[in-house]
Design a protein around this ligand. Sequence first.
Ligand code: MLT
Length: 201
Amino acid sequence: MKHIFKKGTDANAPVLLLLHGTGGTERDLLPLADRISPASSVLSVRGNVVENGMQRYFRRLAEGVFDIEDLLFRTKELNDFLDTAAQEHGFDRNNLVAIGYSNGANIAGSLLFHYKGTLRGAILHHPMVPIRGVELPDLTGVPCFIGAGSNDPICAPQETEDLQRLLSEAGAPVTVHWEQYGHQLTSSEVAAAAAWYNETF
Ligand code: MLT
């Protein structure tokens, strides 16, 4: 997969896996990595699916309606890519913390839902429930931060509450941070994610 790898100054710090929103690129979230853990190595991956010229991580049938077959295929593709990227760039595959926004948060959620041990933790900005009716792996010790907007027209508050419940039931410690805005990623939400990260890792 097309990506950027930047080696950090602290080899023991979690490696940040950056996953952009629909229409974004692997450059979009680089400033977030600097704010959240400047000493970390960074692996920022571009989504392989193109929808009307916009890059994404998996296909959708309509706004908020996911192509589940493609979601499963792309989640495996990304998980396999993380294995090979760890070898290629020489980082610890077991020390990845995802930072995803919107579609990128959804594929990060799908990694958590399908592959035990794939992430050490996750910051999910405006995620939805990626898939329903599946049994999640044990997520004990995999802390997750969810940033949500109480007026988000794409991720209704119920989605956030459902995702929080599903992750918690699988054993993950989940922190939800609410903003009174819509789907946009605000500076105060990033500050809350950075504070959470620094307390957690
Ligand atoms: C998705 O398709 O993953 C969500 O609807 C969010 C987005 O617009 O990317």
